[in-house]
Design a binder for this molecule. Sequence first.
Ligand SMILES: C[S@@+](CC[C@H](N)C(=O)[O-])C[C@H]1O[C@@H](n2cnc3c(N)ncnc32)[C@H](O)[C@@H]1O
Length: 467
Amino acid sequence: MSLNLPTAFITKYQALLQTEAPAFFASLQQSIVKGFRLNPLRANWRTVQADLSKPIAYVPTGFYGEVAGRSLEHQTGYIYSQDPSAMYVAEAAAVQPGDKVLDLCAAPGGKSTQLAGKLAGQGLLVANEINRQRGKVLAENLERIGAKNVLLLNERPDRLVNTFKGFFDKILVDAPCSGEGMFRKDPAAVEYWSPDYSAECATRQQKILTSALQMLKPGGELIYSTCTFAPEEDEQIAAWLLEQPQVAEILPIKKWPGMESGRPEWAAGQAELRHCVRLFPHHFQGEGHFIAKFKITATPIEPTTTTSRTKKNKNNRSIFRGLTATEKKYWQTFAQTVLAANWVAQADLRVFNDRLYYYPITWPDISKLHFLRPGLELGTFKKGRFEPTYSLALALAPASSKRVIELTPEQWNQYVKGLPLQATEFNQLSNGWYLLTCQQKAFCFGKLTQGTLKNAFPKGLRLRYGN
Ligand SMILES: C[S@@+](CC[C@H](N)C(=O)[O-])C[C@H]1O[C@@H](n2cnc3c(N)ncnc32)[C@H](O)[C@@H]1O
């Protein structure tokens, strides 16, 4: 591998890093370090066919190594491939089960999936992504891990403020940045780089952060991260945050071997910038990252900036409603036959466009916002029946279903390609919906009719998995 670094980039980091610069530039020419995380939302989360011999000390669910993207483990959300440096952001956020958390710049979902794991199904994760296409990838990744307590939005940060003012315990801003830390992972990022790019990114970062500060509860915490080395987007943004009236202090983040402190001399010299974390590839096994954490004042402070008014969202004119008596009957019939226990409370069910969602009454009203997943989609009401979704199957443990068919890896391979299945043992089973598992991992629903398991694997995913 040979990265052709811009001359202005080399001059800049020679001046900043001085004697360290040769080691820094040499590390950018080396291969990337790969990692993956396991999903603690799965009861048997360690039962994966992957090499777990190289654990990452600072992430309880993280390991060094590479995993197969087409595998059963990947499809069922047991494994998420992620750069080891990126994994430290959600760890530093120290989210607790029950917290209300916003991941403001969330796609493709590395940090959101990790945050959802930390919430352990309690509290709420709002994952927002401004770019709709990237939001679809985020949706797929969040669906795979089977989290029940996630709202997925597709909004500009300032449009979220009216709905979520003072609402969150923790907000992560993993900001769009100049991406210098990703140069060796994505050499195309070098092409976008220019001496002025960091200043442009810094302006955008301040705008995003201004919205984030308004959505935190008094005493809440803001986690700011980038994947760039540029002080303009790192220490200088942290210094700017310290000047904001809503920010009480910068919080220390634990530094594991190879992690470095922020550099006060790269901003206006504020000593507390040493609390930030810098991950440099010449000292740390992973790509370049910067992480800072802030405590918000205990008394609410009204911002001086105005927020954009949230108009009613034209796309979502018909908002959630409760279930009709017929829908209730269809859902209950399904739930009583297929689900082992009273899996969700009746009060937490909402219908939107004939789709049934798990949406607890305690969650805020998002009907004025653009969303991609307004809660966990449980199924669709069709003429005279209820059809469960793929996302419900992924959110269920095999023990949560009364009707399970365990398939062999060969049958899984056929099913994820979209083929129907037949087997003599199916003939003894009654018709209807079954949770399909393979190696005790729930991977889809299937409808059995006269001994044939009809295929319900999502069409858009059919070429993605198996061999
Ligand atoms: C560094 S990436 C986030 C990576 C993600 N947190 C993860 O761990 O997978 C930054 C994201 O910010 C989004 N973004 C770009 N401009 C934005 C803006 N003005 N406001 C909010 N988000 C923006 C990008 O589309 C991108 O998905």
